[in-house]
Every structure is written in C-alpha cells, then in structure tokens.
Write a protein that binds this ligand. Structure first.
Ligand code: IMP
Ligand code: MG
Length: 178
C-alpha cells in the first residue's frame, strides 16, 4: 500500500462546518433531554474529538463514560467484526443513555453496542448520535437518532478518524482518494 501524506487529503468538512454542525446537534439534545440527566458513552478512539466538543454544549446534568471498540484493521474496509477492547460500564439501569460515535459505516459496531447495552441494562432511554452517517455502506439495519452529516462511500480521516492510527488530530475531515 502506497504511503499516504497529508498532501493526499482533500477537505470534506472544514473545522468551522464541523463545529457548526455540533452546535446544532447540541441544541437539539438540550431541547430533547431538557434537564434530564444523561450518560454519554464515548466510543474510543474515533469519537473522542466529537464527544468532547459536543459535551461542551450540553446543559443537562451529564456523566461521561469511555469504552473502546475496534472493528477496522489498518486498511480501508470495515471488517464487520467488532472487537470489544474495553467495554466496562457503570450501572445504566433506569438511565438516559446516548452513545456517541464518529461514524456509522456498515452498522455492525452500532448494532453490537446497542444490543450489548439492551442485553445488560434496562435503560430509561437509549439513543445513538453519530457525527457522520455513511448510509450507502449499511449492512445491518440501524439508523442514528441524531447525526451531523451524511457522507458518501469515501475513506475519511481527521477529527478522530484515522488511517493506520494517523490523522485523528486534524481539526477537519478529509478523504483519501482510493
Ligand atoms: P461499522 O461497524 O462498519 O459501522 O464501522 C464503524 C467504525 O469503523 C467507526 O466507528 C470507525 O471507527 C470506523 N470507520 C468507518 N468508516 C471509516 C472511515 O471512513 N474512516 C475511518 N474510520 C472509519
Ligand atoms: Mg469508531
């Protein structure tokens, strides 16, 4: 595989576009949850940037949990196999729970997580928020309750998303032409 540099990236969403979209999502969440307590579940590593920025807009009493899943290898395609690296969670019974993801691609990760939480807890509510939704790639039926942008079938990096571990720190989202 050819070595990729930042010069090979094309900008898809600028830092400003991302931040504007997160503010809109934050307003929606504030409106929908009101003053109800909420647990944010950040799915590491990809959704670290999104969760942190989103959380700053939220006004309800908030608790944050961080779990770590992996599905991608170091290539461009989703393996469809979800690896629960660290999925330890507190007691979520009777809690409002919002899973925060960077992107839903095939949907296997989202499906796994929702099923895992449903199987282990009787939550008050369970919703899913993803910054990006790659709907055209869906293999299992699942739709986010909230999302920022719908995206085409391109391999994206930046703002938490990586290629072989790199580019998570970029403040924008770009794509690699494959
Ligand atoms: P899914 O299980 O196929 O829906 O994939 C979900 C996970 O794959 C996401 O949480 C990302 O970490 C990763 N992923 C999916 N699409 C991309 C992409 O375009 N760039 C980088 N990572 C991606
Ligand atoms: Mg992810």
């Amino acid at each position: 595989m050819k070595k990729i540099t930042e010069a090979d990236l094309k900008v898809l969403f600028t830092e400003e576009e991302i931040q504007n979209s997160i503010k809109v999502l934050g307003d929606k969440l504030n409106n929908d949850y009101g003053s109800e307590e909420l647990y944010l579940i950040c799915v590491l590593k990809g959704s670290i940037m999104f969760t942190v920025d989103l959380s700053k807009y939220l006004k309800m009493p908030l608790r944050m949990e961080f779990i770590r899943l992996s599905s991608y290898g170091s290539g461009f395609a989703s393996t469809g196999k979800v690896n629960a690296v660290d999925i330890s969670l507190p007691d979520l019974n009777a809690k409002n729970v919002l899973i925060v993801e960077d992107i839903i691609d095939t949907g296997h990760t989202a499906r796994f997580l929702v099923d895992f939480i449903r199987h282990n807890f009787k939550t008050k509510s369970l919703k899913f928020c993803s910054l990006l939704d790659k709907k055209v790639k869906r293999e299992v039926e699942i739709d986010p309750d909230y999302y920022g942008f719908e995206v085409d079938d391109k391999f994206l990096v930046g703002y938490g998303l990586d290629y072989d571990g790199y580019y998570r720190n970029l403040p924008y989202i770009g794509y690699i032409e494959t």
